[in-house]
Design a protein around this ligand. Sequence first.
Ligand code: HEC
Ligand code: HEC
Length: 351
Amino acid sequence: MKPTDERVQQLPHLARLLMVLTAAVVLVIVVVVTQLYGPPAAPAPGAEEDEATQGPPPAGSYHRPVPPAPDTATIPRTAAGRQIRYGRELIAHTAQYLGPQGSVAHLTNGMNCQNCHLQAGTQGFANNYLAVASTYPKMRARSGTVVGIEQRVADCMERSLNGRAVPDSSREMRAIVAYIKWLGKDIPKGKKVYGTGFMKLAYLDRAADPVIGQAVFAAKCQSCHGPAGQGQPLADNSGYQYPPLWGPASYNDGAGLFRVSNFAKYVKAAMPFGATFDHPQLTNKQAWDVAAFVNSQPRPHLATPRDWPDIRKKPVDHPFGPYADAFSEKQHKYGPYQPIEDAHPQPAKAQ
Ligand code: HEC
Ligand code: HEC
């Protein structure tokens, strides 16, 4: 072999060595960088967590969102603290103060905020309040206006509690708002956290079925909520042991829970009582079908002529027309929803 040939052969050898060395250096850098800046095992407190990125529940999150609600034992023993405690009390035992026999006023039906916002709005995905302070005031498509916490609370009093709202300046409204703000005090403005609001629930590829839902109701709900969905009143009639699901004492048809998707998401994460989002007791189908059944039963009507001023923003399952598409009221109410969503260039988001 001539010397020139030898040099030619050594060149690729050197190049290979260089490549291996470079690869090793890059690998070391990648490992170090991921250790330092990589994704944390659990979402950091205050991490932005929108519904779409909900993912599987973090370990040990039973009953609790991440971060958990502040400990009520830390509510200060001051005038401000007393107001927060009164707000929590009003949410847990609304009927006692504002219901048909309320000690403060007779404004709402016999239900409590806590019937739907479990554990005073702190249970994970059970209509949880933790992100309210950080995300309100906000633009709501339902009203077409910017809505503050007071207005949002008033909406639930008029719709979910089928009554009238306490005035913004009342001792009761100030206390409810103080409690909700205290709950969200550790969450940075504009951020949501895992476990707030409702969970995400995949659509069925068929319409939710009230007939199947009736069987689910009989098997899994009626023992507490009663054969006619009427609930179980407390002995002194001041409220309910088990709240009504339909009939004159239930939420009206302008309420958020009257939307089949909201009802299905709520019961998937919360019912039968004792269920949680990480220990659900209903299959997705049972949740959708029982939602269809309950929301096809009679209940109070609320005229809401000013809702959804821009009909293009109605959520796909809004049960009342007019719509910006040609799908029927029935399909909007019960589904299948995917074809409706596909027909919208920018699918209306649940509000
Ligand atoms: C019958 C069930 C029900 C009752 C009772 C109820 N709510 Fe609600 N509430 C809902 C639903 C459902 C939503 C979400 C609606 C939606 O997104 O369309 C909601 C939303 C809210 C929100 C906004 C949450 C957010 O993250 O945007 C607040 C605040 C609120 N309710 C306060 C109250 C208060 C205070 C009471 C009692 C005076 C009350 N609610 C009673 C069902 C209820
Ligand atoms: C073991 C008794 C029990 C069973 C079974 C049960 N619930 Fe409930 N449910 C409750 C209680 C108690 C509340 C109120 C929770 C609170 O105030 O803390 C409630 C609240 C509700 C609410 C919100 C308030 C209202 O009245 O609208 C809905 C909706 C609901 N349940 C639906 C269901 C459905 C659907 C089933 C069956 C899949 C079911 N529940 C099974 C006890 C039960």
